[in-house]
Each structure stands twice: as structure tokens, then as C-alpha cells.
Write a protein that binds this ligand. Sequence first.
Ligand SMILES: Cc1cc2nc3c(=O)[nH]c(=O)nc-3n(C[C@H](O)[C@H](O)[C@H](O)COP(=O)(O)OP(=O)(O)OC[C@H]3O[C@@H](n4cnc5c(N)ncnc54)[C@H](O)[C@@H]3O)c2cc1C
Length: 416
Amino acid sequence: MKVLVLGAGVVGVTAAYYLARAGHDVTVLERREGPGLEASYANGGQLLGATIHPWLAPDIPGLVLRNIARADAPYRVRFSPDPTRWLWGACFLRNCTAARVARITVDLRRLAVYSMAALENLRATEPFDFDHSRRGVLRLYRSEEKFTRAAAAALSGEDAARRPDQLDMPACATLEPALETARRHFAGGLHYHQEQTGDAYKFTAALAAAAARLGVSFRFGCTVERLLHSGGEVSGVQTSQGEENAEAVLLALGCHSARLLRPLGLRVPIYPVKGYAQTLPANSTGAPKLALQDVERKLGITPFGGRLRIAGTAELDGFNKRADPRRAAAMLDTLMKLFPDCGDPGSAELWTGLRPMTPDCAPILGATPFDKLYLDTGHGSLGWTLACGSGQVIADIISGRPPAVDLRGLTIDRFL
Ligand SMILES: Cc1cc2nc3c(=O)[nH]c(=O)nc-3n(C[C@H](O)[C@H](O)[C@H](O)COP(=O)(O)OP(=O)(O)OC[C@H]3O[C@@H](n4cnc5c(N)ncnc54)[C@H](O)[C@@H]3O)c2cc1C
């Protein structure tokens, strides 16, 4: 079947790979000059099978409102007359009840566990380098109370294989010696040894090359302008380079997905949520070798080979990718306070990316009310983790096979 994949971020490229493996004739249309240059470029790099959770939590509304004007707040909303921003924000806050968070977490975890298994299989077939590490992720808590509560919840989990090791700070520093200088900042940590990390951009670029070897054709510098449809069926797309027809169209345009769907009467609430990352060459002694999360500050610190990256924070500021220098400085300051010898802060490369977020923090996968139009989008803060599972699911659906994972809570139906 001739399939068009729109968008060459980690999500589109992964789907294109699985579609080619399933025997389809795949063309990827991407407006940038190569794969993985938008949200997938310099993300936190953490692959979170066991610890995946939506950003939603009952204490988030209070946290957002208390910190709304602070430049370095983990969550920040910039004032704007744009009603979409406020509507999206209101839906997000409405999803913060304990019952909704619990339900959404179950849906996400099902896909994340499937995705990690898919990544494992993919690595066996395509053994390319993407600074992959299996050392796990250590979640660090600044407040004693939050640490105790998180440990009690994690250790009572049903799945014993996914329970973390609960570590006091001396034990954390034994596991990760670079934490010796940071001990006084934290009450303790939970080490999830089965979690993994890797450079999403390197992965996307290498997988695009593998997909090309399977026959996938990539058209870069090609902007998709609109979906061509009639009688409830999509037949192709109008692009900056002309019309392109296909038997199936997969939309994986990240933050730009909603705009293309609107003329079809499909309103999907995907909003760009800006995040920051700073990457510096790592000192071999003072930089952590283990991936960390500073839970209260919503920051991830991830080593990639000889580099160290700090990433996180959320800002509602439309499609504006400009970095607020105060936020960037506060983030780097946190890193240097924790690990004064990790590297030269002057050499840090600053990057911002727009997460394609739905207000329930779950992606939108599968068929749409339009024949031949499929979605693989809205992965928000979790697209690197969920890319392989989502790509495999989409390849199954387009090939007419039932997906091997239950898609409850992950399809467009919840927004129609
Ligand atoms: C700071 C930060 C930290 C993160 N950390 C993590 C993490 O640790 N773990 C994790 O799992 N996830 C993380 N994420 C989330 C993850 O990076 C995203 O969910 C993921 O990159 C989304 O991939 P995508 O392919 O959907 O979108 P994108 O990578 O944005 O790809 C969409 C593509 O579509 C193209 N496009 C858009 N419009 C058009 C058009 N009209 N025509 C043609 N092409 C078009 C774009 O150029 C782009 O290449 C993080 C994100 C950020 C910003």
C-alpha cells in the first residue's frame, strides 16, 4: 500500500520504519532539511517504561497558580489574549483529579511497556549507536515528606519487577559518586534500574537511514499545506512541491497536527508546550554517569556519552520558541549548584523545543472518522519513550491487523 507519513520527528520516522517493515511503500514528507530537528532534537533522553506518568497530579493546579509569575517556575503560563491557550490550560487542570490521573497513568503505562519491548526488538534488528544506556534512572526528592510518600506508593506497586530501590542520600552517592556534592539538596532517591536513556536525535537520524535502506523515500524541504479529502475519505496532500496521493496518510506533525486537521472539522487539542534543554561537554569526574530526575523542579539530568544535558520545565507561550534568559539561567544554575565540577557552564548549548501536548498528556493514535487518515501525534512530554510502541501500533492498524496493545484512552474518540 502507498503510505504518506507527514512529519519526520522521532514519531513519524519510527512509524515509517515499521510501515516499511510491514511491506508498505512509504514516503515521508518533512519541511525541515532533515529528520528529528524539532521537538525530537535535544530532549531529556529518558525512556520511561516503569516510571511513566502524565504531568497531571492533584497538586498541580495549586503549584501553577502559586508560581504563575515566577520566571523559574517549573510550569509557567505567559499572558495572552489567545483563548486556545486558556481553554487548553483549563482542560489540563480539570484532568488533575486523582481518579483521572490514575486512569490516564494506566493507559500510558500499557503503551510505554509495549514501547520498551518494541525498542528492544528494534535494537536487535538495527544495532546502531544512539548513546543508549541501561543504567536506570534515579528520581531524587528534595522534601522528606514527598520522598516518604513517593517511596510508599512505589514500593506497594503490584508489579514487583518494576519496584525501585529506595535509597537514602549516602546510598545515592554510592550509586552515583557525583552526587556527593549534591547530598544536602535531597532527602533521598528511588532508583528504577530498568529505565533507559538515549539520544533521541541520534536515534531518529539513524533510524531514518535504516528506513531509507528498507526503501522509505524521504522528501525534505517539503511543507504539507493541506489534506486532500472528499466524501469522508482522505486521498493525499497538497504540499509546497505539488500534490501527492496515497492509499493511507499518517499525520505525525507534532505541534502542527491540529492546524492540518481543523479544515476537516477534526478539533484535536494539541498545544505547543515549550521546554528547555542545555547540553555541555561533561567532565569525566564531576558529571553524573547515571540519569537523574530532580522531581520537585521537574528537571531531568541525562548523560550521553561525553555530554551532559539538563532538560525540562513547561511554558505555555504559543509557537514562540524564544528562550527566556532568566529561565535558562535558573536551569543552568540548578545544574551547577548540584554538580559544580560537571563541566563549563559557559560552553552549554541552549535549546528550546515545543512538546505536542494534549490536555490529558496522552497521545492520539490510530484511525480517524475519515477513511485512510491515521494519527500518530500528541505525545507531549513522552514522545521518545512512546515512539516505538506507537509506530508498531500504527503499522499494524494500517496493515489491517489488530494492534497488540489496548488503545483505550489513546484514540481520537475521546475528543470527538
Ligand atoms: C525539553 C524537552 C524534554 C523532553 N524530554 C523527554 C524525555 O526525556 N523522554 C521522552 O520520552 N520525551 C521527552 N520529550 C518529548 C519528546 O521530545 C516529544 O514528545 C517528541 O519529540 C515528539 O515527536 P514528534 O515526532 O511527534 O514531533 P516533532 O519532533 O516536532 O516532529 C514533527 C515534525 O513535523 C514537521 N512538520 C510540522 N509541520 C509540517 C508541515 N506542515 N509539513 C511538513 N512537515 C511538518 C516538523 O518539522 C517536525 O520535524 C521532551 C521534550 C522537550 C521539549
